[in-house]
Design a protein around this ligand. Structure first.
Ligand code: ATP
Length: 126
């Protein structure tokens, strides 16, 4: 919440503090984020193993970021849905289902990017 006594820079600093707290909460409490971070670490390991180019690193980090952002937004929507309506409701189910579509899109795009980066390199091994 905005503090009316905060100037521009103090307000931005406070927001930054909350934003980092949010990222830390996601990393430490959300299993879906932990799982995505493990996959990201694996992909980073693959990147070093295959010595991928700068452009490939950038695309890989974009894909990792896309998945983490989509997971975070999905988690926030799930939390809001559970808060405003903890009981079963068809509409809540629909909202959660379509929210889960966001990380699904991100994961599919990331897999396609991973395929473009690694399949030719894996092919060369055989
Ligand atoms: N209150 C509800 N009313 C109706 N359907 C619900 C409700 N809560 C969950 N669902 C259904 O169950 C599915 C899974 O919901 P849940 O909140 O467990 O998400 P999840 O993706 O399994 O969670 P997480 O990201 O923590 O693994 C939803 O996509 C929805 O179809």
């Amino acid at each position: 919440m905005k503090n009316p006594n905060d100037g521009f820079f103090r307000g931005r600093l406070r927001s930054l503090k909350f934003a980092f707290r949010g990222a830390w909460l996601l990393i430490t409490t959300e299993d879906s984020i932990k799982a995505q971070l493990c996959i990201a670490l694996f992909a980073i390991g693959l990147g070093f193993y295959f010595d991928i180019s700068n452009t490939e690193w950038m695309l890989q980090f974009l894909a990792i970021g896309l998945v983490l952002v989509a997971e975070a937004v999905n988690t926030a929507i799930e939390e809001i849905a559970d808060f405003i309506h903890p009981e079963f409701h068809v509409k809540i189910g629909f909202i959660k289902d379509i929210a889960a579509g966001a990380p699904t899109f991100a994961a599919i795009i990331s897999l396609i990017i991973a395929g473009f980066i690694y399949l030719p390199k894996i092919n060369l091994l055989f």
